[in-house]
Structures are given as structure tokens and as C-alpha cells.
Design a protein around this ligand. Structure first.
Ligand code: KG4
Ligand code: ZN
Length: 344
């Protein structure tokens, strides 16, 4: 059996986890920085880097203690090496390098997006390559064909906002708290999705890309008009977002060739209306629909450790001078899409 220590520090979550090659999460800890960033209404990179630096070492120690293990029993050390906020990424990667050097264990530099993309295989042993992955969160909005470890085809991306960002911004217009996605979903249950005419940006276009900025602006205009209830706006927004998502994913399914499953990951995968719409789409294509548990969908270190396991099993590791990368596309051949504003 092999055991990999995973470290995640690319945004505002400091996390460590120990994962085995037979898919057991022996221990995992996540320290969120919400309190530090709340006064600024968003993640402040300098504050994030400092908080990671203060917390990471004790967090790794505590994770090892939770599993009743020492570092000597670990087979490899995997850390997010990008993409993300570079200060935080460096904290995690430098820590991993120091541990790898001190213990003479292999270092595995993991692409954070690969962590997300492979996490469904940690949760579900039956999920085989290739599969079509919809990665939707506050920072990610991509449709990926996952062919193997390190082998991705990016079929679609957003040309402006990520889907979770659109939920959060629309929720803000409606005076709901941050993060707004869950609150907006609750309010939508009380509204009529047919009441407010809203656009479906890029619906029907040939390439399966996304755009949500126009939808968000239309929500603002609907609110300012004073003609609609907040619940009707919320329900209409959510339906417009789902219509876009389904149309774009259907397009991707038509383009990607045979796949074993339709998979969704990322914080937005918590949305029940979105889940059931995707499940119906998968069923109409006779495909299984897989959504990992939410704890694996949002940023975490178990997914980084698991990506490490998959690479370790293939005999892959990285030199100790491997560089942190603020930008690191999964599919280097994907064309830049005009206006792409995808955060890591
Ligand atoms: O993956 P995540 O925790 O963080 C990153 O963005 O990396 O995703 C958080 C995003 C937020 O934009 C949040 O509003 C959205 O996921 N979200 C939801 C729901 N729960 C979380 N959006 C719609 N409906 C939900 N139920
Ligand atoms: Zn992420």
C-alpha cells in the first residue's frame, strides 16, 4: 500500500491530507481564512500567503497525528504547484520540498485543476477514463475531457465570469450574503422561473464555451426595474444559468467522442437543481452521472494527495527545483478564448 501526503495552499484554504492508493482518506484538515479576508470582501493575496505560512506546518503535524503516523511512513509528498495565488502556492510547494528533502521521499508537483479533475476517481473506484468533466465553482468554469493523468482536452471555458461568480454576484444584487450561491438557490425555490425574461448567453453557439457577465447585468436591471419579486428574479436567474449549462454540456458531449460518464465537480455542484438537470442530460445520453461528495468538490488537500497517488503509481515525480506556476492550463493546446477571465 502507498500513502501520499497532499498539501493545498493555492487560494484561501490551507489544507493537508493523507490518502492511500486504495482510496482511503486516513486524515485531512482544512483551515479556512474567511475571517481574515471578510473585511476586504474578497481574498487578499498577501494576507492569504501569510496565513498559509503561519498555519501549514502545524496543520501537517496535526494531520499526521490524526492518522497516528509519522512522515517516515509516507511514500511521497504532493503539493499544489499552481495555478493560483503565487504567494500561497510557494508556501505549500516550498514546505513540500523541505519535507521531501529532509525525508528523502519523492516530491510530486500537482496542478490544482488536475486535483479537481481526478477527485471523482477518489470517490468512485468504478470511474474509468475517459470522462467528461464539468468543473464549476467560484473560480473555475470549464468543460474538460479527462483522458488520463496529465491528459486533458479543454472543450469549453468561460469568456468572462465563472458560474459560481455569477451566482455570487446575482445574490449580492438581491441583498443575499456571501457566498451567495446557496442562499440564491433557497430563494429560487419560492419564485417563478418564467416571470423574468433573462438572456441565455452563447446558447446554441458551436464551441461549448460559457459567458455569464450579460446574465448578471440583466439580473441587476431586473432588480432596478422594481417590477419583479426577488424570488422570481432568483428562480429566473437559476433557470437561465441551468439552460446555458445544459446547452453547453450537450454541445460538449456531441464533440468529445465516447466517454464513460458525465461528472461534475466544484462548489456549484452543490446546487440541487443543477445536479438534477445534469443527471437528466446524462440519462438522455445513457451515461452514468457522477458528482463527488461536496467535501471533495470544494478546495481540499485529499484531491491533491489523490492526484499524487495516481502520479506516484505511474512512477512520476518532480525535481526539487520544480517551479511554482501562477498560470498552468491543463490543456496547453487549448486556444485562448477572447475575454477569458478564469481564475484558478
Ligand atoms: O469550489 P468552491 O468552494 O470555491 C472555489 O470557488 O474554488 O466554490 C464556491 C462557489 C461559490 O461561488 C458559491 O456561491 C458556489 O460555489 N455555490 C453554489 C452553491 N453552493 C456553493 N452555487 C449555486 N448553488 C449552490 N447551492
Ligand atoms: Zn479549486
Amino acid at each position: 500500500m502507498s500513502i501520499v501526503l497532499g498539501i493545498e495552499s493555492s487560494c484561501d484554504e490551507t489544507a493537508a491530507a493523507l490518502v492511500t492508493d486504495d482510496r482511503v482518506i486516513l486524515a485531512q484538515r482544512i483551515a479556512s481564512q474567511d475571517e481574515e479576508h471578510r473585511p476586504f470582501g474578497g481574498v487578499v493575496p498577501e494576507i492569504a500567503a501569510r496565513a498559509h505560512a503561519e498555519r501549514l506546518a502545524p496543520l501537517i503535524e496535526a494531520t499526521l497525528a490524526d492518522a497516528g503516523m509519522t512522515l517516515d511512513q509516507v511514500d511521497a509528498i504532493a503539493a499544489t504547484a499552481g495555478p493560483g495565488l503565487i504567494g500561497g502556492v510557494m508556501v505549500g510547494l516550498v514546505t513540500a520540498k523541505a519535507l521531501a528533502m529532509a525525508t528523502d521521499k519523492p516530491l510530486i508537483a500537482v496542478n490544482h485543476l488536475e486535483g479537481h479533475a481526478l477527485s471523482p476517481r477518489l470517490a468512485d473506484a468504478s470511474l474509468a477514463y475517459p470522462y467528461l468533466l464539468l468543473l464549476v465553482s467560484g473560480g473555475h468554469c470549464q468543460i474538460l475531457l479527462v483522458e488520463d493523468v496529465g491528459q486533458f482536452r479543454r472543450l469549453g471555458t468561460t469568456i468572462d465570469d465563472a458560474l459560481g461568480e455569477a451566482f455570487d454576484k446575482s445574490a449580492k444584487v438581491l441583498g443575499l450574503g456571501y457566498p451567495g450561491g446557496p442562499a440564491l438557490e433557497r430563494l429560487a425555490l419560492q419564485g417563478d422561473a418564467k416571470k423574468v425574461p433573462l438572456p441565455r448567453p452563447l446558447k446554441g453557439s458551436a464551441e461549448p464555451h460559457f459567458s455569464f457577465a450579460g446574465l448578471k447585468s440583466a439580473v441587476l436591471r431586473a432588480k432596478q426595474s422594481g417590477e419583479y419579486t426577488d424570488a422570481d428574479i432568483a428562480a429566473s436567474f437559476q433557470q437561465a444559468a441551468i439552460d446555458c449549462l445544459i446547452d453547453r454540456t450537450r454541445r460538449a458531449l456531441a464533440k468529445c467522442g465516447p466517454v464513460n460518464a458525465l461528472v461534475v465537480a466544484g462548489g456549484v455542484a452543490a446546487n440541487k437543481a443543477i445536479r438534477s438537470a445534469l443527471e437528466a442530460l446524462a440519462a438522455s445520453h445513457l451515461l452514468p452521472f457522477i458528482a463527488p461528495p461536496l467535501s471533495l468538490c470544494t478546495d481540499n488537500a485529499a484531491m491533491i494527495a489523490w492526484a499524487g497517488v495516481e502520479r506516484f503509481e505511474r512512477g512520476q515525480s518532480d525535481p526539487l527545483d520544480v517551479a511554482a506556476r501562477p498560470r498552468w492550463p491543463l490543456d496547453p493546446e487549448a486556444e485562448a478564448v477572447r475575454g477569458a477571465g478564469v481564475k484558478a
